[in-house]
Design a binder for this molecule. Structure first.
Ligand code: ATP
Ligand code: DNN
Ligand code: MG
Length: 231
């Protein structure tokens, strides 16, 4: 196996479709014949069974099930900012430990996708945030833009924050998280032009709104095939 192609999946905010996009990119990689794994190093919020939705979705989307502690080394109970949950539970996020878990996953796969937490600079502690996590892993970044009112500003600010840290920004994906968004095409056109002009950033795909329900699974392969994984 050659060195894996891995990416950090950053988002313009929380609840904008990072996990949904990550699972579709894993699907795209698998359809292309790659062994692909996801990672959610820091997750907050569990159900009655003690499980986190993102972790379960990312485990299910991989080519096989690696050690759960490697996919998700830090799981906190409360669905709040991780810096609060980590302090409440007395278990601080440890970037070195996350790096070791990532390396174990990378040794087993052609491609690893690491989902961040919330927006790019969501805090992990009083001194660390999501940007430090991306920098510690030193992975090229894919920016997921949740297409809803306000996303133009969030996208430009997030791209700037990533570029300022000299991380390699490889492309962006627009996710139609809000089916009622007005002037969708005009918004997408703005992002295409300005992320290209300011950051030389290509659009790697646009994900349509796919309401949850029985019809969702049937269209995921077709959507995944429209996404471009950077080489
Ligand atoms: N394209 C889409 N069509 C329909 N629903 C979507 C789409 N993208 C995301 N959703 C839904 O929006 C919600 C938030 O998506 P998701 O969990 O992927 O966000 P996230 O950015 O990963 O959030 P977090 O910051 O908590 O990790 C989920 O219920 C998901 O199913
Ligand atoms: C619990 C939630 N779903 C996310 N995992 C955490 C979002 C943290 C957001 C912090 C912030 O930027 O205000
Ligand atoms: Mg998520």
């Amino acid at each position: 196996m050659t060195a894996p192609r891995s990416f950090f999946i950053a988002g313009t905010d929380t609840e904008i479709g990072k996990t949904f996009t990550t699972t579709l990119l894993l699907r795209a990689a698998r359809l292309a014949g790659l062994t692909a794994l996801g990672m959610k190093p820091v997750a907050a919020g569990v159900d009655a069974a003690g499980r986190n939705d993102d972790v379960e979705a990312i485990l299910a989307a991989g080519s096989f099930q690696p050690a759960r502690e490697d996919v998700n080394p830090f799981l906190y109970q409360a669905p709040v900012s991780p810096h609060i949950a980590a302090r409440d539970e007395g278990r601080p996020v440890d970037l070195a430990l996350i790096g070791t878990a990532y390396a174990r996953l990378a040794s087993q796969a052609d491609l690893v996708l690491v989902e961040g937490v919330g927006g790019f600079r969501a805090p992990l502690s009083d001194t660390l945030d999501g940007a430090d996590l991306a920098r510690a892993l030193a992975l090229p970044v894919i920016l997921v833009v949740g297409l809803r009112l306000g996303c133009l500003n969030h996208a430009m600010l997030t791209a700037e924050a990533i570029a300022t840290r000299r991380l390699r920004l490889t492309g962006w994906i627009g996710n139609h998280v809000d089916p009622a968004m007005a002037r969708q095409e005009d918004n997408v056109r703005y992002l295409q032009e300005h992320l290209h002009n300011d950051f030389d950033l290509p659009c790697l795909g646009l994900i349509p709104h796919v309401p949850p329900g029985p019809g969702r699974d049937g269209c995921l392969d077709d959507i995944a095939r429209t996404l471009h994984l950077p080489g």
